[in-house]
Design a protein around this ligand. Sequence first.
Ligand code: 0A1
Ligand code: ZN
Length: 853
Amino acid sequence: MSEQKTVYLADYRPYSHVVESVDLTFRLHPTATRVVARLSLRQNPARKDRDHLRLDGEGLKLISCKLDGQAITPAVDERSLTIAAHELPDGPFILETEVEIAPEANTALEGLYMSKGMYCTQCEAEGFRKITYYPDRPDVMSRFKVRIESDLPVLLSNGNPVASGEGWAEWDDPWPKPAYLFALVAGDLRAHSASFVTASGRPVDLNIWVRPGDEDRCAYAMDSLIRSMRWDEQVYGREYDLDVFNIVAVDDFNMGAMENKGLNIFNSRYVLASPETATDDDYYRIEAIIAHEYFHNWTGNRITCRDWFQLCLKEGLTVFRDHQFSADMRSAAVRRIEDVVTLRSRQFREDDGPLAHPVRPESFVEINNFYTATVYEKGAEVIGMLKSLVGDAGYKRALDLYFERHDGDAATIEDWLKVFEDATGRDLSQFKLWYSEAGTPRLKVEETWDNGVYTLTFTQKNPPTPGQPIKHPKVIPIKVGLLNPNGDEVVPTITLEMTRAKQSFRFEGLAARPVPSILRGFSAPVVLDRKAPPEERAFLLAHDTDAFNKWEAGRALAKEVMADIALKGAPVSPAWLDALAAVTFDDTLDPAFRALCLRLPGEDDIAQTIHAMGRIPDPAKIHAARREMTGALAIRLGEGLSRLYKDLDDNAPFSPSAAQAGRRALKIAALGLLSRRDGGKLAASAFARARSMTEEVGALSALLEVGQGQAELVSFAARWGRDANVMDKWHALQIAHAEPAEAAAVAARLIGAPGFDWKNPNRFRTVIGALAANHAGFHHRSGAGYRLVADWLLKLDPLNPQTAARVSTAFETWPRYDAARRKLARTELERILAAPDLSGDLREMAERMLAAG
Ligand code: 0A1
Ligand code: ZN
């Protein structure tokens, strides 16, 4: 179908024309929407040549085209509309086009589409070209006015409302913006409203628009929005800049949410919450995503990206800002640990496989395939490192300068680094390698203790990645603290700045050989290769003053234990069990932290570790090892678990606060372990008594893990069958807890069930994503997991290529495994590539993944 060309960063050229303003009129109709676009254009003075005018457009039926009021017949092909240079006036001119599109037939959910009777748009990255002919690139910024004509009661677009009447509404956005930030919504919607007064006294109407009946599940999202607005004023000095801020929840959406100017569109999953329907994790995510989209108003919208290669400019920074916000709203230590768990399981995995790419890629085929963990999560880590290197005050000066210098710009990573150089006087040329080189650096550590002098010597290895065989040493901020053997801290956290391939740092004046706590707060996105005896890990788990490294010590120990069991059939280490028992029952520690310590490393994570050791991971053995560790832990923690559970099982009225969520997390962890001992008796009664979705899902999960819970599954479905977002949990749980040999069959039964709406991205991702996340099930030696995922990717691809391509990353780790599994995976990837009419999106992914093997 759509065979696409590779686009290169090096080929960037400014656009031929300037779009002064855009007037859009939409006459909405499910099968024949008319879009009239009036563009005020002139030659771009930044371009010396006099070029033709080429507008992007895909899947549009051109009805008419007028140049300064005169009908013309432009050249039109599948991707564009072009007017030759000699046909264009010398001065400014108006181009008016009218096109017809069919939103109801738009299953790709890009451009203007329909979701349950409501019209909505998704334009990032290149969806606007499916709405009208336009220079659909982020460096073309213009003022948009929009008129919507429709019988539907609520008609929304960007900016401020100007006028409305029976069947129409007009909107005006005073802030020039690129087309990817355009949005339109029309539907029978209800608002949950509030108001906000900005620091300088501007009143803002806030509305969250949902389907009738959902209004009472918006309070938490609204509260999160208000806190985000205040936080951005207080921490970054950024105020909101329109009279209204609208959020709309839609059920059919390819991603989490979208930051369209003044009109954020959200996957309903990340808006709607009540204690009965949302888990604590859902609450956290809603808060974080509301904040993320809101923060884009400055980092993304007021300052946007020059081209899509600069995506991390807005995404890395906005993720970094939303992490800071969540750390301020919740426990900073717990948030850091959770963020690193996500980084390792998604970004390190990506960086270690065939899809590895730099934070700022230099070429792409389909930009939608680059909304990745590397661009987002590693992009945020790179900013965290910058902040560590220049300090808090330097960071603040740089950000102030960034907003002052680049407000209204479409900027680049060079612009971003320049503000740091200008504000702090540092040379960041070596630091820039973090943006251009892919792969996770590995850091080796050696120690010497000689006559009161303690020396740490670090060696960094930057592994080759696809297309980048040769790498250079990075600037790595390594936060280090030193502890005395009695547990006291003798050197509090300092930042060592590593710039060479091998570098030593000396510590003098110490009375005894210290125990080092290295990479505190996970100060750089690297793998720390350091062998340490279990006693030292246990010592740090007990004594480290840095919460991240305290947790990390337990984590590293658990990983070593699991790898030893999987690779050598070693017994479960008593040192690990004792260390974990001490943390679990230490009431002076935050319950959320203890719950995190009790969460064992994931099986994919262990496979990644074993692969890095140069060995071949066996998914079945890793699965068995994890089970064995959980069983041994349940025995070791013994009766104390029941006491712990009882202490935490209080009757406090529900609050989504981090403190209460932490207690619930520890309670559920205890329940899971207790179920191993009582066969699920307590979990069955906990399910019956559950007062929140967190408890309901926690109890059900504990039951399924010990082979119980069939009756509870039935009662869950009877209660929540009509709420698809809640039922996603029901589907995911069954696949997550399925035995490896049965996981694919369970997923097949659920996705193929009559009435299951697999065309909805949330539903599809839930089932196929849960199968891919069941490590031993997906990689089962029968190949049934690979086959099922490939079958369904091929089924979804013709309807929704973007989601099919994203979910295909299930296969990104295939080169890690044994020859038999590799053969099975290769067969499926080749089958995908052989499909007639494969989308460009999925083709690019399958080709990149296959190239590795
Ligand atoms: N910019 C949004 C996410 C987003 C990206 C791409 C999309 O379609 C390809 C849709 C949404 C964010 O960072 O939240
Ligand atoms: Zn974003």
